[in-house]
Ligand binder design. Structure first.
Ligand code: SAM
Ligand code: SF4
Ligand code: SF4
Length: 368
């Protein structure tokens, strides 16, 4: 069966900038008292993988309409918006996609973002999430451009299984090569993200733990999520993180670690023998909406307040209509102050957006 989805959803009017201007104070909070600290920017909706849980090939096929180049935010526009977000309190920016390393000259954008400073004068924590396929080629230039760290996605060590999961015939060896090159270039500590889909790759949990134990890379296991409207998500395919910890602990004893910050998404565990740490991101079984300080900027400049939002706020329209930086700051303040999203806490309840809602945005469009 061929499913067709329309990934674009927006709030049709331009964001409200009427009334008194809201100057950035770095102290913005939403209706649940959550500050604005993290910004994820999707720099392309395209990808060279077709991961079955993210961009299934039957939907993202040769007829799929990706965004035309003119619809993408330019590097100048991204930098301009990022500067205003930073004035409002953002301290960490993650570039994502789609596959961010497919965006031509991404290093030029990184160079610009690396120059931004928080109101206290600190540089940003500037990171990028990648499928790793182009990392061996790009690690050095990314580091030289000013990238702080990198997160690499890898769902299996078994090559045949990995090729089936990325559905584009990419080899595990290329991703491992990318991770090593990135470590050598100083883009560390590297995080490696594995999405666990029960019945598909859960047998890879222990081999992955064994491989990365003691390597300096921090392996993190992510519960398979019901993002978007195209992956046919089913709760029976979610393996709760508690079971991931149990399985690894049976081979390598673990002990819990304190969170670095209140907004940290992963629960951290250390190998008792000093072999480093792992993390679990329990987006489904243990929602962390209470501490969610993340805003997301889509490839075409729409601001989303939650990974599961059905509508975005058109910041690109606002800046292309000639708005000043002050107007943009006012719009962002109004939008964030009205935010009450907490989808994962409401999942399954009557107030959560429906799974059937075909307007739910895709991960490849909004960024992970
Ligand atoms: N292409 C890059 C990559 O794969 O790392 C960046 C974008 S990707 C959308 C960001 C992250 O989202 C990846 O780690 C991916 O595994 C994760 N992801 C995508 N779909 C997911 C889902 N349904 N549940 C959990 N994680 C998912
Ligand atoms: Fe591409 Fe990343 Fe989605 Fe896989 S998870 S299809 S690599 S965007
Ligand atoms: Fe944040 Fe939405 Fe995820 Fe909750 S469901 S943690 S509000 S992105």
């Amino acid at each position: 069966m061929s499913r067709r989805i329309i990934p674009l959803a927006d709030v049709s009017a331009l964001p409200d900038i009427s009334g008194v201007a809201a100057s950035p104070s770095g102290l913005l909070t939403d209706t649940l008292a959550r500050p604005l600290r993290d910004l994820r920017i999707s720099v392309t909706d395209r990808c060279n993988f077709r991961c079955v849980y993210c961009m299934p090939r039957e939907v993202f096929d040769k007829d799929y309409q990706f965004l035309p180049h003119a619809a993408l935010l330019s590097f100048e526009e991204i930098e301009r918006l990022a500067r205003v977000f930073v004035a409002h309190g953002v301290e960490k920016i993650r570039l994502t996609g789609g596959e961010p390393l497919l965006r031509k000259n991404i290093e030029f954008l990184i160079e610009r973002l690396a120059l931004l400073r928080t109101p206290e004068g600190r540089p940003l924590d500037l990171t990028l999430t990648t499928n790793g396929s182009l990392l061996a080629r790009k690690a050095r230039s990314l580091k030289d451009a000013g990238l702080s760290r990198v997160t690499v996605s890898l769902d299996a060590l078994d090559d045949a299984l990995f090729r089936r999961m990325n559905d584009a015939d990419f080899a595990v060896a290329d991703v491992l090569d990318g991770i090593e090159t990135a470590q050598a270039a100083g883009l560390d500590p590297i995080k490696v993200n594995m999405v666990v889909k029960r019945g598909t790759n859960d047998q890879e949990i222990v081999p992955m733990a064994r491989h990365f134990k003691g390597s300096g890379a921090v392996l993190r296991f992510i519960e398979y999520m019901d993002v978007g409207a195209s992956n046919g998500w089913n709760m029976s395919e979610v393996l709760p993180s508690a079971q991931v910890i149990e399985r690894i602990g049976a081979h390598f004893p673990l002990e819990p670690l304190e969170a670095h910050t209140a907004a940290e998404t992963a629960q951290r565990w250390a190998y008792r023998d000093g072999g480093g740490e792992i993390g679990v991101i329990s987006s489904v079984t243990r929602a962390f909406c209470d501490s969610c300080t993340r805003a997301r900027l889509s490839t075409e400049g729409k601001l989303y307040l939650c990974l599961f939002a059905v509508a975005g706020h058109d910041l690109r329209g606002l800046i292309r209509s000639g708005a000043s930086d002050e107007d943009v700051a006012t719009a962002i303040a109004r939008i964030w102050e009205a935010r009450g999203d907490r989808y994962s806490q409401l999942r399954g309840s009557a107030s959560a957006p429906s799974r059937e809602d075909a307007r739910r945005v895709e991960m490849s469009y909004i960024g992970g």
